[in-house]
Design a protein around this ligand. Structure first.
Ligand code: AMP
Ligand code: ZN
Length: 472
């Protein structure tokens, strides 16, 4: 097997993965704040983390993977300003903050399953508030100071603050921070004390008054509690390289060894963008996985779309691109069906040559576009059908497209706007076939016209075997 090379944002270099504990890989991924639905850009971050996990498993490591759930509101701004996102949404929906968190967590978990993301551990931040208070108490004397609005971390007390972001610690324009009294503009809240006279739905007693933990604290505390520090790999979207992860690192340095960032390798996926730029929730309307499904796409077409780009590249979303990925997925599923039929009639296979190519590609900083190309090139190679199937499934161990069980029928999803049922279409198509067999072309044309009037295009002889298509 090739050495696994991963791009470490800390050093901005490819590094050979060497586990801290022999045979184990411990990975922590910053999870969602569950105050709203996730958009498909967020889901790109988890497809990436899952691909990393699959590669580590493929390489034989025993994987521990945590994706936390931020169910306590952090603020609308990374820099400790703005409103509490969870309470804001709760107020707008007339529900409790706890109900909001439970609802959107369940929706997130459903999206993970639909994208075939293996079930990680996903602990909730609210279950770790006591541990966060203990952590804050341990670092308070040497690294923190108090302001009226809470307990703040003094970033000048740890070496190299902002090394991950390669940022100047003078703050820069984008980091000008509105909290009065901070010693350094980049200092951040460890504990947010509830202002006198106010009550939050989510608040806890602490030595710094009733309030809520700062957002950055939960990831330090949960990664240490569940994986032990130092652990191997920490992942997140590239925006986290600038603020959230440098803050986590500072907390880890303060709590443990000042020279130790808490995780050996920090990895970041690039953004999903659209014509307006980075997909984000604050931009108003955003695309959810459910939006794609409602339009008739299978969710794994989106997974394939993500895998077609390297995780460190920006990926531009377009409906045409998604359709191309969907067609590619369907071709693969049809190829597998063909090989399955062939394999039944053939003798047992021989040693397969593609395995080392697959390993080489995924060892090259998770080169999923190349793994996909290998999976597709298998159809053009010589060899026994059974061997080719085995090679495709080997690729799928890291691609996670569920190719062993996905069928053509699974891929056909009726758009939410369709008024005609699948059974009605199938019945009409069957009657049309009978009419054609009986050379009753007037009847077969009438059935076809009726289907067209109801938004269904009949696709005779379609190479992708769709038979029919809904006009959306
Ligand atoms: P959030 O709930 O905002 O903390 O985001 C959850 C995860 O999605 C984080 O790892 C973000 O960095 C990541 N993320 C947010 N927007 C995008 C995007 N447009 N493309 C890819 N990843 C994103
Ligand atoms: Zn985090």
């Amino acid at each position: 097997m090739s050495d696994l090379k991963l791009f470490n944002s800390l050093t901005r270099q490819l590094e050979t993965f060497q586990p801290i504990r022999e045979g184990e890989a411990r990975v922590y991924t910053c999870g969602p704040t569950v105050y709203n639905y996730q958009h498909i850009g967020n889901m790109r971050a988890y497809v990436f983390a899952d691909t990393l996990g699959r590669v580590l498993s493929y390489k034989g490591y025993k994987l521990s993977h945590v994706i936390n759930i931020t169910d306590v509101g952090h603020l609308t701004d990374d820099a400790d300003a703005g409103e509490d996102k969870m309470e804001k949404m709760a107020a707008s929906q007339g529900k409790s903050a706890w109900d909001i968190a439970a609802f959107y967590q369940a929706d997130f978990e459903a999206d993970l399953a639909r994208l075939n993301i293996r079930k990680p551990q996903h602990p909730k931040a609210t279950d770790y508030v006591e541990a966060m208070i203990e952590w804050a108490k341990a670092i308070e004397a040497k690294h923190c100071y108090r302001l009226e609005s809470g307990l703040y971390f003094d970033t000048s007390t740890v070496p190299d603050y902002g090394r991950l972001a390669r940022a100047n610690t003078d703050g820069g324009e984008s980091r000008i921070d509105p909290v009065p009294g901070k010693r350094n503009p980049v200092d951040f809240a460890i504990w947010r004390t509830t202002p006198a006279g106010e009550t939050r739905q989510m608040e806890w007693d602490s030595p710094w008054g009733r309030g809520a933990p700062g957002w950055h604290l939960e990831c330090s505390v949960m990664s240490a509690a569940l994986l032990g520090q130092p652990f191997d790999i920490h992942t997140g979207g590239i925006d986290h390289r600038e603020v959230h992860h440098p803050c986590e690192i500072a907390q880890n340095q303060a709590h443990g060894d000042a020279a130790d960032t808490g995780a050996r390798i920090w990895m970041h996926n690039n953004f999903l963008i659209d014509r307006r730029g980075k997909m984000s929730k604050s931009a108003g309307e955003f695309l959810r996985l459910q939006t794609l499904i409602d339009k008739g796409f299978h969710p794994l077409a989106y997974r394939l779309m993500c895998l077609q780009a390297h995780y460190r590249s920006e990926l531009e979303f377009s409906w045409e691109g998604l359709l191309a990925a969907f067609v590619r997925l369907k071709r693969m599923v049809m190829l597998i069906e063909r090989f399955r039929t062939k394999a039944e009639a053939e003798p047992a296979g021989q040693a397969d040559m593609t395995i080392s190519q697959i390993d080489e590609a995924l060892s090259d900083d998770l080169n999923t576009p190349r793994v996909l190309d290998i999976a597709f090139s298998i159809s053009e190679q010589k060899g026994y059908a059974a061997d080719r199937l085995a090679a495709i499934f080997e690729c799928d161990a890291v691609l996670g497209l569920n190719l062993q069980s996905l069928s053509r029928a699974d891929l056909r999803i009726r758009p939410a706007t369709a008024t005609i049922t699948e059974e009605e279409i199938e019945t009409a198509l069957h009657q049309r076939k009978e009419a054609r067999a009986a050379k009753d072309f007037a009847k077969s044309d009438a059935i076809r016209d009726d289907l067209i009037a109801r938004g269904v295009e009949v696709m005779d002889g379609d190479p992708l075997g769709w038979d029919w298509k809904l006009d959306i």
